[in-house]
Design a protein around this ligand. Structure first.
Ligand SMILES: [Zn+2]
Length: 208
């Protein structure tokens, strides 16, 4: 009895969602490889996509920093107006027992999304320029992917919008520039995540 010919591992691709394994076939330009069982997109090669992703990542990084310091909302009550930024809100709790909560919140809505975009810029720039991967790029990309479920800027923005519509009965509340920056962030983060072909990045990192 002869055992079946072993399939070389680098010609296999496994669906990250349902674990179905496929023999690798590179899709042509403009085509996508999808999992036949669950429809998850496996490969989306796009020419020049890397450059666009870097541009979007830079925009996200700038927006996160700006959204942190610019006023998030203005509350008018009893003839006085108060503008509050995310930074003010986080610092308001910094001397009480709620400091852990304040730090966790700040991490989830500011530092983790910021770390993720900076890591992806670090990983993608050498790949797009056809240079050897940056030092520790594999670990950087793995960390960025691991942080993905913990990046909550968009959830925060939606939560704030809901909370603000509720308190708008009690006081005169107006959204500041930072709110609209967060709204733009929600869209850009989704764009960045969907345009990034993880398979292409891993393959580029594997070449070394
Ligand atoms: Zn699947």
């Amino acid at each position: 009895m002869t055992s079946p010919q072993p399939i070389p591992l680098d010609t296999l691709i496994v669906c990250p969602h349902c674990d179905a394994a496929y023999q690798l076939q590179r899709p042509g330009v403009g085509e996508k490889a999808k999992c036949q069982r669950c429809g998850t997109v496996l490969i989306t090669p796009r020419r020049k996509a890397g450059l666009q992703i870097i541009a979007v990542s830079l925009a996200v990084a700038i927006l996160i920093v700006a959204a942190t310091v610019f006023p998030f909302l203005t509350i008018k009550a009893g003839g006085t107006a108060n503008s509050v930024s995310i930074l003010d809100a986080a610092l308001a709790f910094s001397d009480g027992p709620l400091i852990a909560l304040a730090l966790t919140t700040a991490a989830l809505i500011i530092f983790i999304p910021l770390t993720r975009v900076l890591l992806s810029i670090y990983v993608l720039v050498p790949i797009v320029l056809d240079r050897p991967p940056a030092r520790g790029a594999t670990q950087a990309f793995r960390l960025s992917e691991a942080l993905r479920p913990w990046s909550m800027a968009e959830i925060f923005a939606i939560g704030c919008a809901v909370a603000l519509t509720k308190i708008s009965d009690l006081a005169d509340v107006a959204f500041g520039p930072a709110f609209w920056m967060f709204a733009a962030l929600v869209v850009l983060v989704v764009v960045q995540d969907n345009f990034l072909c993880r398979w292409s990045v891993w393959t580029s990192l594997d070449k070394t």
